[in-house]
Structures are given as structure tokens and as C-alpha cells.
Write a protein that binds this ligand. Structure first.
Ligand code: SF4
Length: 113
């Protein structure tokens, strides 16, 4: 086998190896980004799950505006005579934010669990 032929064979093998390595590296990067994305999404879901709206009943005027905006979360407790938050696994963030914005007494807020 001539030196040129050995060199050509070596160069060809090296190119194949480099291509395979590059593809493996790209696959690793894609897998890494996918794992990071899933982790961030899970963290965000955990973060959202740990927030719940609370009503400061000392300030609440019982106008029932929050119930009109977000009846799936707020309700009037006629026995105890106060507005209460219904226990849910998660809360509709946009609707609760709207109830917070529109509460005339500023007595609704998110609480971290
Ligand atoms: S909107 Fe505010 S003041 Fe009115 S009932 Fe709801 S919590 Fe009370």
C-alpha cells in the first residue's frame, strides 16, 4: 500500500469519524436542551401550583365583584358571612389577576404555599 493510499484512507476515516462525532454532539445538545426545557416547564408548573388567592376578610366589603369575575374560585359563605376561596388544585391565573385588579378594597392577593 502506497503512502498516498494510506493517507487517503486515513483522511477518509477521519472525515467519517468527525461527521459521526458532530452528529453525536448535536444530538447531545438537542437532548440537553430538551431536558432543560422540561425542567423549566416543571419548575413553572410547580411554581404556579404553589400559589393560591387569599381574601383579607377584615378589609372585604362583600361586594361580590370577585365572584362575578371568577365564580370558579370565589364564593360567598352565607353561614360564616364572608367571601371564601374554593379549594382547587390550581387556580385560573388570568381570572384571579383580574379579580385582584378590580377588587375595590384591594383585599385579594396571591399567597405562596
Ligand atoms: S371584590 Fe374584594 S371587596 Fe368585593 S367581595 Fe371580592 S374580595 Fe371582597
Amino acid at each position: 500500500m502506497s503512502v498516498q493510499r494510506v493517507f487517503n484512507q486515513y483522511a477518509s476515516d477521519w472525515k467519517r469519524l468527525a461527521s459521526a462525532r458532530l452528529i453525536a454532539d448535536l444530538n447531545s445538545i438537542v437532548l440537553l436542551f430538551t431536558a432543560v426545557k422540561k425542567s423549566v416547564e416543571q419548575l413553572y408548573e410547580d411554581y404556579k401550583m404553589k400559589r393560591l388567592p387569599v381574601v383579607d376578610i377584615a378589609l372585604c366589603s362583600k361586594c361580590e365583584g370577585c365572584i362575578a369575575i371568577c365564580p370558579s374560585v370565589f364564593r360567598y359563605n352565607s353561614v360564616m358571612d364572608f367571601i371564601e376561596v374554593i379549594e382547587l388544585d390550581s387556580y385560573p391565573e388570568a381570572e384571579v389577576d383580574e379579580a385582584i385588579r378590580d377588587c375595590p378594597e384591594d383585599c385579594i392577593e396571591w399567597e405562596e404555599q
